[in-house]
Design a protein around this ligand. Structure first.
Ligand code: GLU
Length: 463
């Protein structure tokens, strides 16, 4: 068993492509087969190295490893040429000299008559030889029907009279998609072609090519479309569709994979799948026929769940990129794994987590004005707290908590009246978790410094 992912490098790896890759990958793992990455770069005008890199980066970040490849179709041009030559020699293909004008007139005439725009086979029996501006067309069978059992969509049949003679080589001799995909899938011994259903109309044509070449057919599985929240096919308009944009926005790859696997596949009503479970449970027969809807909120919910349940070490591994990117140096200061442990309960994304952990490693410039107006009304609680904390010999969360309690008792105020200003004093924006734990992690020196800074803020305000 062998499956493949065959992206065209004309853009980044997007959500739809990643879902296709994941399904093909999961099926190969499940069947203990092989998974191949093939870059379909024959459209040299639209293919770029930057897109190739983006695809490789995306696959790598998601952890979708391949057993073979990456192969590049541009390295197989000789092979495609030989196959086209063979088809010409066996009279299964022919040169066509029809001009652009003739073809567009033909299209117009047919459309006017309400018929499907198809090539009329004008050059099919002319026995033309090669020549400038001549394309090569495949002699699609005239009669009969192409029938195949798609693993997702079921039985599909299409009459050959619906299919015209496909161009397999352009007038510059370069091969076209349907030819290259058949040659490579055959040469690479692909047993399962798993791809988006935007290719389902190509499949009967490809089947005819397989048959003309005397090659065995693979199984086909066409995945349902992914729709955006408005019911239209998912596209850039719906926001971030590039896989790496999700990395940048603070998603964990395993959360995205879990999300992707549910786009068109289900196993009962289970929502959370570890990668191992995906591999064990995945089956083509459980792929839905109906389109899947992309739901950003569900992805966020999953991400939060994964962050909550991950080990701090695992999160740190993925945080590194964000920390570097946001220039946050965590080498000096609080123990990062303890900070992460504190924050993982309440971070929906790693970006949020980085925001939350900045206060442990960096001084902030100013207090949030609104919060300062709300919580810095009375300086007595902070002054009293500063005095008490200064006297602490050991710096532990429970001692800090009891210092706060003492201040409450002495001033006869509630916990919030001390806790909130304290939280703001330490974080600048009030976004801190359990304040005794936070202060314990920040350390005594910085805690006292920030309390003093807040008290100075009062003085400035008054004076
Ligand atoms: N290269 C094609 C694409 O990116 C996929 C071809 C296939 O999977 O057969 O749409």
């Amino acid at each position: 068993m062998k499956s493949r992912f065959a992206p065209s490098p004309t853009g980044y790896l997007h959500i739809g492509g990643a879902r296709t890759a994941l399904f093909a990958w999961a099926f190969a793992k499940k069947q203990q087969g092989k998974f191949v990455l093939r870059i379909e770069d024959t459209d040299t005008e639209r293919s770029t190295q930057a897109s190739v890199n983006a695809i490789l980066d995306g696959m790598n970040w998601l952890g979708l490893d391949y057993d073979e490849g990456p192969f590049y179709q541009t390295q197989h041009f000789e092979r495609y040429k030989a196959v086209i030559q063979q088809l010409l020699e066996e009279d299964k293909a022919y040169y066509c000299e029809c001009s652009k004008e003739r073809l567009s007139d033909l299209r117009e005439t047919l459309m006017k008559k309400g018929e499907k725009a198809m090539y009329d086979g004008c050059c099919r029996d002319k026995k033309l030889s090669s020549g400038a501006h001549r394309v090569v067309r495949f002699k699609n069978p005239i009669g009969g029907t192409v029938v195949f059992a798609d693993a997702v969509k079921g039985k599909i049949s299409i009459a050959n009279k619906e299919l015209d003679d496909l161009i397999i080589a352009r007038n510059d001799g370069t091969p076209t998609y349907n030819l290259t995909v058949v040659v490579d899938d055959h040469d690479m011994a692909i047993s399962h072609v798993i791809r988006g259903d935007d290719h389902i109309n190509n499949t009967p044509r490809q089947i005819n090519l397989y048959q003309a070449l005397g090659w065995d057919l693979p199984e086909f599985a066409h995945l349902p479309m992914i729709l955006g929240s408005d019911g239209a096919r998912l596209s850039k308009r719906h926001g971030a569709v590039s896989v790496m944009a999700y990395r940048d926005a603070g998603f964990l790859p395993e959360a995205l994979l879990n999300y992707l696997v549910r786009l068109g596949w289900s196993h009962g009503d289970q929502e959370i799948f570890s990668l191992q479970e995906i591999v064990t449970l995945f089956d083509l027969k459980d792929i839905n026929k109906a389109p899947a809807s992309f739901n950003e909120e569900k992805l966020l919910w999953l991400n939060q769940d994964y962050i909550k349940n991950a080990t701090p070490e695992h999160l740190i591994q993925h945080l590194k990129w964000h920390l570097h990117h946001q220039k946050v140096d965590t080498d000096n200061g609080a123990d990062l794994s303890l900070v992460v442990k504190l924050l993982q309960e309440r971070s929906k994304t790693l970006v949020e987590m980085v925001e939350g952990l900045k206060m442990f490693y960096q001084d902030f410039k100013e207090f949030d004005k609104k919060l300062a107006n709300k919580h810095f009304k009375d300086q007595a609680p902070l002054e009293s707290l500063l005095a008490k904390l200064t006297q602490l010999d050991t710096w532990q969360a429970d001692e800090i908590k009891s210092a706060i309690k003492q201040v409450c008792d002495e001033l006869d105020i509630g916990f919030g009246k001390v806790g909130q200003p304290f939280r703001l004093a330490l974080s600048g924006n009030g976004n801190a978790g359990s304040i005794d734990l936070v202060a314990a992690l920040i350390g005594k020196e910085i805690t006292l410094q920030r309390l003093e800074k807040s008290i100075d803020f009062f003085k400035d305000k008054q004076g």
